[in-house]
Write a protein that binds this ligand. Structure first.
Ligand SMILES: [Zn+2]
Length: 94
């Protein structure tokens, strides 16, 4: 399956907030990342993308660096309208 690897990084100004409230900040980071990519799929492909998100909070040299890795399909399924039981596959052209 063709796919893209994307990384969304928490702005450095929010790192202190993430240290104090990790559940809320990481939850928001996941939610915003997923919503942005789902919206891009809808507006650019008119399709539902497959997304896998993974949170990393530290770099390899153990610096605090919250970010989300995303594997996003370069294709999706487009429902053809009311009464349609089979989705049509659509592919990103880039
Ligand atoms: Zn990482």
């Amino acid at each position: 399956m063709p796919h893209f690897h994307l990384v969304f990084t928490l702005p450095s100004e929010l790192k202190p907030v993430a240290m104090r409230h990790p559940v809320e900040v990481y939850g928001a980071l996941f939610q915003v990342t997923g919503e942005v990519l789902a919206e891009l799929g809808r507006t650019h492909l008119r399709a539902t993308l497959g997304l896998t998100l993974v949170l990393h909070t530290w770099t390899r040299d153990l610096r605090f660096h919250p970010h989300v890795h995303v594997l996003a399909t370069a294709a999706g399924f487009r429902w053809m309208g009311a009464g349609s039981s089979t989705p049509e596959r659509t592919t990103c052209s880039r």
